[in-house]
Design a protein around this ligand. Sequence first.
Ligand SMILES: Nc1ncnc2c1ncn2[C@@H]1O[C@H](COP(=O)(O)OP(=O)(O)O)[C@@H](O)[C@H]1O
Ligand SMILES: [Mg+2]
Length: 335
Amino acid sequence: MKKIGILFGRENSFPQAFVDRVNEKAPSGIQAEFVQIGLVEQSVPTDYAVIIDRISQDVPFYRAYLKNAALGGTAVVNNPFWWSADEKFFNNALAVQLGVPVPKTLLLPSKNRPDDTSEQSFRNLNWTDWDAAFEKLGWPVFMKPHSGGGWKNVYKLDNPEQFFSAYNETGQLVMLLQEAVEFTDYFRCYCIGGKDVRIMPYEPRNEFHQRYATEMKTTGAAGKKLLATMKDYVLKLNQGLGYDFNTVEFAVRDGIPLAIDFGNPAPDADIHSVGQENFEWVVEAAANMAIKRAQAQKPGKDNLTWGTFVHPTAAAAPAKKPAAPKKVAATKKES
Ligand SMILES: Nc1ncnc2c1ncn2[C@@H]1O[C@H](COP(=O)(O)OP(=O)(O)O)[C@@H](O)[C@H]1O
Ligand SMILES: [Mg+2]
């Protein structure tokens, strides 16, 4: 018996639907349930072939449990090691290298020094040339944590006065400063298993529960081209980062989709926000991905997905076509 577990927090609709879907369609010998955690001992494997992690970003104990589980052969979705290392500024830098357009972005030293550091800890740091920064980005700009999520501490700023007053509030947070994209269309795209893509029109200026209640504005041939371009970018980003379950946001300016936020390894999948059809898609795609991963899982081996940037063999592979994410232990391709 190979078990698939889902680890989650306060969300309600997705976990049960996921478990039910796997149990409806998995071949015999594969079964899904809510993860059960008892005593966690070093190097003792779990009895899960696959764990879908929806919450370890908020629960450090779970993150440590998942790394230990991965060492014992569990295929943890998403890779807890990469997720721990990942942040928005690096993602943007990687996007540039992958040929995916992103807004011009700078990294700012935190306003306040980290605890237990002094001026001496910063002898390598030159004064920031704010005028040069503002000139590079123009106005307005977005300022947000370089490693953040959930719209926390996200500022839109129109001039230096607003900037400095917001920056003064950011304490020890490391922020990134980014050109604001005045967009005509905005999308949020699921990517599952490094291959299944669902592009959803999204209106971030609506109230939270109304954000998916919108339509694509670009139509005709331009619309088709835009959808194809976004699909290509979504695959490139997810294969580069090595995420099995993620969303990518794009803001479209002059027909060009710019990737805004693409490290969301526990993306919102609640039926009440994404709507019935998107929910059905994500439940089905996630169930299929989890079943494949359970089938490919080799006990005691590394069954994680590694991005083409992080994994040396994957990075060295010829870049003919954007390949499916490489699995270290899988003998057979998963997609
Ligand atoms: N450079 C930008 N241009 C235009 N809108 C942006 C930009 N950066 C962020 N936003 C807006 O702010 C929202 C939150 O920022 P985001 O990067 O998605 O942070 P989080 O990870 O907290 O969701 C986005 O959904 C988008 O509407
Ligand atoms: Mg976002």
